[in-house]
Design a protein around this ligand. Structure first.
Ligand code: BGC
Length: 508
């Protein structure tokens, strides 16, 4: 019995030992899986923390960016090539204010779409009577084609739209006048002529270099048999400023935050040292800063920005733009997420679309950032449909949102610093002596017109801009108003065409 009992105990012992061993193996596997998962998360969290640190924009750093912007503005106004900020003359020394009259067209070219507008102006005291807008995407292949193809395409669309418009109104206009918004750096020689300096935003049409852009368009219009005079050539910032000023006389600057980014403002001619002797009736001129190309070592630049620049069509150019604008924000986020995917495996298989440049657009990044659902289901949907990564857990979705937040917050705060830089340059930041004859501390109401898909469609971005302006300026921010204009870049060009053709005196 004893032996039998001992044998039974042995069997039991053997079974128990076997079970324990199996349990140990399972436990060990579980532990090692947990350890691996923990390590993966640790690595992912490290990468996010590193990225966040690299993108840091504490208020002290923003103030350094403000000061650098002012220094570069002075340098760019002192000599051509004196700064990465081009500070271009626009030959716009008068801004529309309401007495413009007649029907004008505008063509707005410079982003993902081009727009044709017909604007009917009612004259003294009346607002813009009517405005029609036709938006068309620019076929990708045209962006890197030839001048003839690009302008030929635009002229034929323009002709079609003008004819449809006139048919519906049952009447043609004797001399059709066009305001041409061309949103690239142009060295202007007059308000209606200018030579392209460089392409930006993914455009690259080589034979456009050194050619007068208005002549290119006018040639294409003639070929199409469309009788239309290009009255003014303006940057989109200038059009936006014109419409902003038309609605609110305290508007002194305009900023675009769309596919690209840029700003313009009203400068005194005596401050434009590089064109000494420049005379305008108003004593002022609108300066197209081309701030997308702004650079200072104070900008928070990460390895992702460096790599994005290296892979871009315009290396070493548009450094500020590459941290701010709609063309790049989604791509920066994608690069960060891809590195996390490779180094931590929290996204599972890396063979997803995440490895593909520009697979994540900025509008989708914004949608994920603004997802307010408890289970972040928009994030899940976009990651699944666009990046082809199925079923990521909530924790990973939160990580995606965090990355979007870092990218967007840095961009918005840099925009704020840029705006304050302009205000400081023109004495509207409350730091210098009052230029308005008012006692110090009593500041003038100052309006900045803002336009662009990124700004308009992304409320968290707008909030971050506002928040940073308040952080930098304190109470002075109460006098600063950012006002969104819609289709200002085009409508403003039509207004400027009207103002230019009626040849009135300046009244900035
Ligand atoms: C261009 C500017 C333009 C801005 C916004 C930049 O890439 O260089 O001329 O104003 O985009 O469209």
């Amino acid at each position: 019995m004893g032996g039998g009992g001992g044998g039974g105990r042995g069997v039991w012992f053997g079974v128990a030992a076997g079970c324990a061993a199996a349990a140990c193996v399972i436990a060990a596997a579980l532990v090692s899986r947990r350890v691996r998962s923990h390590r993966r998360w640790q690595r992912a969290a490290e990468l996010v923390a590193e990225f966040e640190e690299g993108c840091g924009t504490p208020v002290g750093r923003l103030k350094q960016v403000v000061d650098a912007m002012v220094v570069e503005m002075h340098a760019g106004l002192a000599s051509d090539g004196g700064s990465k900020l081009k500070m271009l003359l626009t030959y716009v020394d008068s801004l529309p204010h309401g007495s413009e009259k007649g029907i004008y067209y505008a063509l707005d070219l410079g982003g993902t779409n081009f727009r044709v507008l017909q604007v009917q102006l009612g004259g003294k005291g009346s607002n813009i009577l009517k405005q029609k807008v036709e938006k068309q995407p620019i076929p990708q292949e045209l962006m890197t084609s030839t001048c003839e193809k690009m302008f030929g395409f635009i002229a034929s669309k323009l002709k079609q739209i003008v004819e449809e418009d006139e048919e519906s109104r049952e009447g043609t206009i004797e001399t059709r006048a066009l305001g041409f918004t061309f949103s690239f750096p142009v060295k202007q020689s007059s308000v209606s002529s200018g030579v392209l300096m460089k392409w930006t935003k993914g455009f690259s049409i080589e034979d456009a270099a050194d050619r007068d852009i208005v002549a290119c368009l006018q040639e294409a219009l003639t070929k199409e048999g469309l009788n239309m005079q290009v009255a003014v050539l303006v940057n989109d910032t200038v059009g936006t400023l014109a419409l902003g000023h038309y609605h609110d006389r305290d508007t002194v600057a305009a900023v675009i935050i769309g596919t690209g980014t840029n700003a313009c403002y009203v400068e005194r001619t005596d401050a434009i040292i590089k064109y000494q002797g420049l005379l305008t009736n108003s004593g002022s001129m609108v300066i197209n800063m081309e701030w997308g190309n702004f650079w200072t070592s104070h900008l928070p630049r990460t390895s992702y920005d460096v790599e994005l620049d290296e892979d871009s069509l315009n290396r070493t150019d548009q450094g500020f733009e590459k941290m701010i604008s709609g063309m790049y924000l989604g791509e920066i986020a994608r690069r960060v997420l891809f590195r996390i995917a490779v180094e931590s495996e929290v996204f599972g298989d890396v063979g997803s679309k995440l490895s593909q440049p520009f697979a994540l657009s900025t509008p989708l990044m914004a949608t994920m950032h603004e997802d307010e659902s408890a289970d972040l289901r928009e994030v899940k949907r976009i990651v699944e449909q666009t990046l082809q990564i199925p079923d990521i857990p909530l924790k990973t979705r939160r990580l995606v949102v965090k990355v979007c937040d870092i990218v967007s917050r840095r961009a918005a705060r840099l925009v704020a610093a840029g705006i304050v830089g302009i205000l400081k340059k023109i004495g509207r930041d409350g730091s210098g002596p009052s230029t308005s004859g008012r006692p110090k501390g009593q500041l003038m109401r100052t309006v900045v017109a803002v336009e662009g898909g990124l700004y308009e469609g992304y409320s968290m971005f707008r909030d971050y801009v506002d928040e940073a302006i308040v952080e930098i300026l304190g109470d002075v921010a109460q006098n600063i108003f950012l006002k969104t204009t819609v289709d200002g870049s085009g409508t403003g060009a039509a207004l400027l065409a009207a103002a230019h053709l009626s040849n009135r005196k300046s009244y900035i």
